[in-house]
Design a protein around this ligand. Structure first.
Ligand code: SAM
Length: 233
């Protein structure tokens, strides 16, 4: 369970109405039950239910069960697509250990709004489900051009583009700090491609000889990076 509260031995933790409903009605837990909690930076802790009410409850932290483990410094930058597929990308990016998730508007991006709070909640659920100790921050939508104009020094930008000449083997991945860039369903425009090609921090990559859907491409790129330059390498 993800709780934005300090964790430590003996620490009391307050439960919101939603958490109380989930733990006591859905999971049918009661006083004395033990659950794992994390807050994104203090590792995972075992906590005991000490009060179970309809509108809230209280836990008490016992001991740390997993030390804090942050993922490598990898961002996933993607252009939002249909709602369910955007949810999928955020969920899978959190599972695959992206440290930060940045939705961007590109020339061919269909949506000009996202529900950032909803996407952040998906990232929390994904971290809870894969027993992580870290939750990636999901940023609000911003233009790709603005992100590129303020690009942080020293961070490689790995640009996945299906228009690149196919290589026999996947290109080597630059190490962290890095960012993966996945385009929308319509791909990148000719002027975006020109701009990206001219930037010194850009490493263009192919994800193979088939055109993948944007959500598949995001998962494929994350897997490729984690397995060659990330914490699975
Ligand atoms: N422009 C294409 C079109 O309209 O036919 C398709 C774009 S593709 C559905 C969406 C994004 O996934 C691309 O912008 C790219 O970032 C990524 N992508 C898909 N297949 C890829 C591949 N084989 N290599 C590299 N990137 C790929």
């Amino acid at each position: 369970l993800f709780l934005e509260q300090p964790l430590g031995a003996g620490q009391g933790l307050d439960l919101s109405r939603d958490h109380a409903h989930y733990l006591f009605n859905v999971m049918r837990l009661g006083p004395g039950a033990a659950i794992a909690v994390f807050n994104g930076h203090d590792g995972a802790w075992l906590a005991e239910v000490v009060e179970a009410g309809k509108r809230g409850g209280r836990l008490q932290c016992q001991h740390q069960i997993t030390p804090q483990r942050d993922p490598p410094d990898l961002w996933l930058i993607f252009a939002p697509i249909k709602k369910a597929r955007t949810d999928f990308i955020v969920e899978k990016a959190a599972e695959m250990g992206a440290a930060r998730i940045l939705p961007v508007q590109t020339e061919f991006t269909n949506s000009d709004r996202i529900r950032q709070d909803r996407l952040q909640a998906h990232a929390v659920e994904a971290a809870e489900q894969c027993c992580g100790t870290f939750v990636p921050v999901v940023e609000d939508l911003q233009p790709l051009s603005r992100l590129l104009a303020n690009w942080p020094e020293g961070r490689a930008l790995i640009w996945a583009d299906e228009g690149l000449a196919e290589t026999a083997a996947p290109a080597p991945m630059p190490p962290a700090p890095a960012a993966l860039l996945i385009g929308p369903e319509g791909g990148f425009s000719p002027s975006e491609r020109d701009r990206l090609r001219a930037l010194p921090m850009v490493h263009p990559i192919s994800l193979g000889p088939r055109i993948l859907r944007a959500d598949t491409a995001a998962v494929a790129a994350l897997t490729l990076w984690q397995s060659t330059a990330g914490d699975w390498a």
